[in-house]
Design a protein around this ligand. Structure first.
Ligand SMILES: Nc1ncnc2c1ncn2[C@@H]1O[C@H](COP(=O)(O)OP(=O)(O)OP(=O)(O)O)[C@@H](O)[C@H]1O
Length: 274
């Protein structure tokens, strides 16, 4: 049975430069509710353009040249993302989708406590909440991402890179989005911290029911965390299948090539965190 959250049909994006770059070409995919979908492919294949494009986060010279994006909202029913005006789009983005960027942990304001920065998310987007309610929510979020509520008054420099990235995940979780887009969220962290955070993301999506689009070059990592993986090449999805199938019986020649370029995949199998 399917329960889609996002349906993308024939989606194309071009960069209007000379010569023009067709960065995403007629991509169709459906993301299920609660699913982690990995987007893999070598640098420049269009992963970021696709993930940003479906949220209309691209700026000129990027032009969406075709396609539909429908968000199947749990409460409001189907939303045609292309039809939203700028104001609606902004509210939609904050309410329904959140993003964790590569190196996001360095985007924290160094002169404000992490508590104040988390509090800001609620103060701006949930103005009806009282100060006490906001405080409670922030502390709860810090507990959920295992930073600990006692860190509420810490400054970013007082936390490790892994903890700062967890704070960013707490911010992304704050408004209880239905979709989280993660663009290389753990690349800058060491492997053990990375694993721990990924495991937690996987647990949280079960707990909160959000879906994840996870972008990375790191195919072995995607095989561990994703339910399904889309392999992109030169703007097209050449294969989209369950992670296990991508690993055990890749259909496309390019998928096989990509798999063979990761030596650690040929050794002992890792433990799946899903
Ligand atoms: N602002 C821009 N102007 C022109 N071309 C661009 C622009 N941004 C991206 N491109 C081109 O679009 C294509 C897709 O880029 P994109 O960043 O989406 O790929 P990616 O798979 O996310 O790469 P990476 O993994 O390196 O981030 C590439 O050929 C890139 O050079």
């Amino acid at each position: 049975m399917t329960d889609p959250l996002l349906t993308v049909r024939d989606f194309s994006v071009e960069y209007d430069v000379t010569p023009p770059v067709k960065a995403v070409k007629n991509v169709s995919l459906q993301l299920q509710r609660g699913e982690i979908l990995g987007l893999a492919g070598e640098s420049g294949c269009g992963k970021t353009t696709l993930a940003y494009g479906v949220q209309r986060l691209l700026r000129a010279p990027a032009v969406i040249t075709g396609g539909d994006v429908v968000f199947h909202d749990a409460k409001a029913g189907d939303i045609d993302v292309n039809a939203l005006d700028a104001g609606e789009m902004q509210r939609f983005r904050w309410d329904k989708i959140s993003m964790v960027f590569q190196g996001a942990m360095n985007a924290l304001n160094p002169v404000a406590t992490i508590g104040a920065q988390l509090d800001d998310v609620f103060a701006v987007h949930r103005p009806q909440m009282s100060k006490a309610e906001r405080r409670r929510e922030c502390e709860q979020l810090l507990e959920i991402v295992r930073v600990g509520k006692e860190r509420f008054r810490s400054y970013p420099h007082e936390l490790s890179g892994g903890m700062r990235q967890r704070v960013m995940i707490a911010m992304a979780l704050a408004l209880r989005p239905q979709l989280m887009v993660m663009d290389e969220p753990t690349t800058a962290l060491d492997v053990l911290v990375q694993r721990d955070i990924l495991k937690q993301i996987s647990e949280l999506r079960h707990e909160f029911g959000f879906s994840v689009i996870f972008i990375t070059h790191d195919l072995p990592l995607l095989l561990e965390i994703s339910d399904r993986i889309a392999i992109m090449r030169e703007g097209e999805i050449v294969e989209l299948a369950a992670s296990r199938d991508i690993w055990e019986r890749p259909q496309h020649e390019y998928t096989r090539k990509l798999l063979s370029s990761f030596p650690r995949l040929t050794g002992a199998k890792g433990v799946l965190v899903r």
